[in-house]
Design a protein around this ligand. Structure first.
Ligand code: NAD
Ligand code: UDP
Length: 313
């Protein structure tokens, strides 16, 4: 049995990860400041004697004896990370310093949840891990993008300077049950709008693309990455290569919900990447043939069920 710290464990991805790690017989310590996370997402785990919940802000140092750390604490949706950009930078950067310092002190392995946003609005397609990215350092997304890029740099340097056992994954757009209905991400927005027969808000002309990964595929990739030998530190892309325009996503959701919603076109937010698709060759090779198993429509059906239930409560 391993003792595992999950920062941001009360969030969308973190709550799925905590559940899976407990199911595999680990002791899980979930740390969260509830900025975008909620106790409701993990309340069903509280009866488990091997689950512990700590209210703590990752920008402050914390000491605990653990074997592994999954560092997920950071708001992920553009609305939430732009709400208090300075705090977003502090969470990414000081959070990484604190968690890497902890990993160094207790000799834990640490996995950093990085993002496809480190590629910015990419000039190469699909994105491979050796691409350095095309990020506007002073744009509205920079608090998140540059914060995550700095966190990657911290990981690499703690590894080089202090032999900390690090793992960096670059997560591409992920969706599924337990997303927050109000967090403004495209999948949750479109599903809620469709279920309520409201206008579907397409930003720009809807031809921009994203690759959507179902959350269980991500969690599987995270666990496999943590299990790799110390010689593989990443970064490695974890995403679903299926690429869709926002118009295609909207059409799929309208069809699956039998919705009467119409499309409305709103201005494109600044620095909104035009395309995004992971090259997952490295993940397949290093993570024992890992690849996403859940096709978009299957994942959307499960996510629609979740939001349908939530809206009827
Ligand atoms: P989320 O907002 O649901 O979860 C983030 C969690 O971190 C929340 O529970 C929040 O309360 C917590 N948190 C925020 N600031 C904190 C702080 N200072 N101290 C302690 N806890 C704090 O987002 P998510 O989608 O679950 O994302 C989890 C991680 O995965 C993030 O690091 C995000 O950058 C990364 N990621 C997610 C996606 C995606 O599509 N979901 C894509 C790329 C990267
Ligand atoms: N988007 C949209 N309508 C919405 C919310 C988002 O058309 O109601 C677009 C957004 O402009 C972006 C894409 O959907 O091009 C994905 O947005 P999201 O915020 O989910 O993730 P990110 O931009 O960080 O990949």
């Amino acid at each position: 049995m391993k003792r595992i710290l999950v920062t941001g464990g009360a969030g969308f991805v973190g709550s799925h990860l905590c559940e899976r790690l407990l199911n595999e017989g680990n002791e899980v310590v979930c740390m969260d400041n509830y900025f975008t996370g909620k106790k409701q997402k993990i309340v069903h785990l509280l009866d488990n004697p091997y689950f512990e919940l700590i209210r703590h802000d990752v920008t402050m140092p914390y000491y605990i004896e653990v074997d592994q750390i999954y560092n997920l604490a950071c708001p992920a949706s553009p609305i939430h990370y732009q709400y208090n950009p300075i705090k977003t930078i502090k969470t990414s950067v000081m959070g990484a310093v604190n968690m890497l310092g902890l990993a160094k002190r207790v000799r834990a392995k640490i996995l950093q949840a990085s993002t496809s946003e480190v590629y910015g609005d990419p000039n190469i397609h699909p994105q491979t891990e050796d691409y350095w990215g095309h990020v506007n350092p002073i744009g509205v997304r920079s608090c998140y993008d540059e914060g995550k890029r700095c966190a990657e740099s911290l990981c690499i340097n703690y590894h080089a300077q202090n032999n900390v056992r690090i793992k960096i994954i670059r997560i591409f757009n992920t969706y599924g049950p337990k997303m927050e209905p109000n967090d403004g991400r495209v999948v949750s927005n479109f599903i809620i709008q469709a279920l309520q027969n409201q206008d579907i808000t397409i930003f720009g002309d809807g031809t921009q693309t994203r690759s959507f990964q179902y959350v269980t595929d991500l969690v599987e990739g995270m666990i496999r990455m943590m299990a790799t030998g110390d010689d593989f530190i990443g970064p490695v892309n974890i995403g679903n290569p299926g690429e869709f325009t926002m118009l295609e996503l909207a059409q799929n959701i309208i069809e699956l919900t039998n919705s009467k919603s119409k499309l409305v076109f709103l201005p494109l937010p600044s620095d909104d990447p035009t395309q995004r698709q992971p090259d997952i060759t490295l993940a397949k090779e290093k993570l024992g043939g890992w690849e996403p198993k859940v096709p978009l429509r299957d994942g959307l059906i499960k996510t629609i069920e979740y939001f349908d239930q939530l809206l009827s409560e």
